[in-house]
Design a protein around this ligand. Structure first.
Ligand code: SF4
Length: 369
């Protein structure tokens, strides 16, 4: 029996070859940092749904436990909190992370949606919090899988599934009937059962495939990409068309290199330094970095460098400030207190907007946009 997690459907629904990865049937996130941030933010989201509150203590505890970036967790969980405050009325009796599963032939499908609510005997509503970027994944197959699991588990006829993208501050919602999901699932299982063992479907989804480093189709693409890169002249010129053609493939090569780096780190951590052919060795090297503790150093710094230089040297975390304001405000007034503070700061010329530019793959705008 192959156990397949719903979170693997965005890959396995597109390419049955990915199932040959065997036990590792789960979505590989881009890096350990992304995975840690995802776990931490989900933990805070769980407490938001359970208590209706988002406390700085919960954010800090989740960040500490998962060794995640507290600022990131603060930002994303704040968006989750705002979304939940605006929409929780549509999710009566919401439950979090209930394990659901079903069996079909040789396959067992499992998954837990982040939030499950049954507003009536006929309908189930689901939420999935996403800490990645909307462009990074096609969430629909995963939500269909949750929808099917929920329809079977609760014996309902209709499902509304929403993905809340915490970074992009956007959401996607789908509605399906139980019959539509059963038909979809039969087609998927048919594709898996009849896979010829040789046909692979490459695409964006490959970035998260556990078989990425062993996949014959990817190896062929990799060889072609490396040879295209070698063909670039040093310091070189490249046509726009060439950039567009190569960019996604180079990302996959880069991802392979990252995986190798993580693997190398794990091997060195387990077995100690590894000699390299050039006479050096690969080792984990510790480096201490001093950090000034603001509360302890404040008076000393004021005395020595003065208030202006101290202000220049400091960076104020917007997330931490807003959390502090919220912590002081009474329940139901937290959002207003934060908005009022930000308005006051903006009006006082205390807020600067820094625009950063990132190179990212995204959907092409349509003519109407
Ligand atoms: S890496 Fe290979 S096996 Fe995995 S989804 Fe892509 S083509 Fe399929």
């Amino acid at each position: 029996m192959n156990t397949i997690r719903a979170s693997f459907l965005p890959i396995a629904a597109k390419c049955p070859g990915a199932l040959a990865a065997g036990e590792a049937l789960r979505v590989e996130t881009e890096s350990a940092d992304v995975a840690r941030n995802g776990s931490a933010v989900h933990e805070v989201c769980r407490s938001i749904v359970a208590s209706g509150e988002r406390t700085q203590t919960a954010v800090q505890a989740a960040a500490r436990e998962h060794r995640a970036d507290a600022d990131e967790i603060g930002r994303m969980s704040w968006r989750a909190f705002q979304w939940w405050e605006a929409n929780s009325g549509a999710y009566p009796g919401a439950k979090t992370e209930l394990l659901m599963q079903l069996e079909a032939g040789d396959y067992r499908l499992t998954g837990h949606a982040d939030v499950v609510s049954l507003p009536s005997d006929a309908e189930v509503r689901l939420i999935d919090w996403k800490s990645g970027f909307l462009t990074d994944a096609d969430a629909e197959p995963q939500m269909r899988a949750y929808g099917l699991l929920a329809c079977r588990t609760y014996n309902v006829q209709r499902v509304t599934a929403t993905v809340v993208w915490l970074r992009d501050e956007t959401e996607q919602t789908w509605t399906w009937t139980a019959d539509e999901l059963e038909t979809w699932w039969r087609e998927i299982v048919r594709g898996w059962s009849h896979w010829d063992g040789q046909t692979f479907t490459t695409g964006e989804h490959c970035r998260y495939c556990p078989r990425l480093t062993a996949c014959p189709a990817q190896r062929a693409l990799m060889r072609a990409t490396v040879s295209d890169l070698e063909a670039l002249e040093t310091g070189g010129q490249i046509e726009a068309e060439g950039v567009g053609k190569l960019y996604a493939r180079v990302q996959v090569v880069q991802q392979m290199c990252e995986r190798f780096r993580e693997l190398a780190r794990a091997v060195v951590a387990a077995h100690g330094p590894i000699p390299t052919p050039d006479g050096r060795e690969l080792a984990l090297v510790q480096q201490d970095r001093e950090e000034i503790i603001p509360a302890e150093a404040w008076q000393t710094l004021l005395n020595i460098i003065g208030p202006d230089a101290l202000a220049e040297a400091c960076k104020v975390s917007k997330t931490a400030v807003l959390a502090a304001v919220a912590a002081k405000a009474p329940r139901g007034q937290k959002g207003k207190a934060k908005d009022a503070l930000m308005d006051e700061l903006r009006q006082g010329g205390c807020v600067r907007v820094n625009t950063i530019e990132q190179l990212r793959l995204r959907s092409r705008p349509t003519d109407e946009e």
